[in-house]
Design a protein around this ligand. Structure first.
Ligand code: GSH
Length: 223
């Protein structure tokens, strides 16, 4: 029997979220930092060709980052990344959804997608209008998060968990794309993100990702 295996590179916010949950829970696993793919072999484990995918010890696939996190919580309830209280659990899942379903499509795809993925993964020029539109829309999303984090160190029950992991995962992509939280307008959110960036697991992932992105940039420049 094999080990649990995570497929997907952590430059994806969805993969990074799962990786940080695996690390926080101390779950032994292998990691294949693959890219999304429409290759028929990959479609056998990921019907939409997306990352992340988690393969269990019996070779069975689990798709979608939120489904994977639920599975990990069900199977490894020790060192939970969710609160005990049902309402607070729903709050943590809400922030996960806000990160995946709101911050990612609006800001990560618009800024990181255009500044990094298009030129360095696909060799397509950045669409500056899309970037500007995303940057202009950012205060709407960041104001909400600023209000939610005010007076706390972490989003839910003031304890590091899934809400922080999910939101920080999207902000890591924005940082790779040189978009920084305005400390004057969103001081509490900026402080919270600095706190998260001070964590060893986050730092290690970011360092590896930066090396990977820098190597793509160098390749593009020498081409
Ligand atoms: N809801 C999915 C979204 C996963 C997702 O969109 N992953 C991106 C990478 S950031 C991907 O694989 N995109 C390739 C594609 O859409 O074909 C999840 O949470 O896992």
């Amino acid at each position: 029997m094999g080990k649990l295996t995570l497929h997907g590179a952590t430059v994806s916010p969805f993969v990074r979220k799962v990786k940080l949950v695996l690390l926080e829970k101390g779950i032994d696993h292998d990691h294949e930092p693959s890219a999304p793919s429409q290759d028929p072999e990959f479609l056998k484990i990921s019907p939409l060709g997306k990352i992340p995918v988690l393969i269990d010890e019996e070779g069975r696939a689990i798709n979608d980052s939120s489904v994977i996190v639920s599975y990990l919580e069900d199977r490894f309830p020790e060192k939970s990344v969710l609160p005990q209280d049902s309402y607070q659990r729903s709050r943590a899942r809400w922030f996960e959804e806000y990160a995946d379903g709101v911050v990612s499509p609006n800001l990560v795809f618009g800024i990181f997608g255009q500044r990094i993925v298009m030129p360095y993964f696909f060799g397509t020029p950045t669409n500056e209008e899309t970037v500007q539109a995303a940057i202009e829309s950012a205060p709407k999303f960041l104001s909400y998060l600023e209000a939610e984090i005010k007076g706390k160190d972490y989003f839910v029950e003031n304890t590091y968990g899934l809400a922080d992991i999910s939101i920080a995962s999207t902000f890591c992509n924005l940082r790779h794309a040189d978009f920084h939280i305005d400390q004057e307008k969103f001081p509490e959110l900026a402080k919270w993100f600095e706190r998260l960036l001070g964590r060893e697991d986050v730092q290690q992932l970011l360092q590896g990702e930066k090396g990977f992105i820098d190597s793509l940039k160098a390749k593009a420049q020498s081409a």
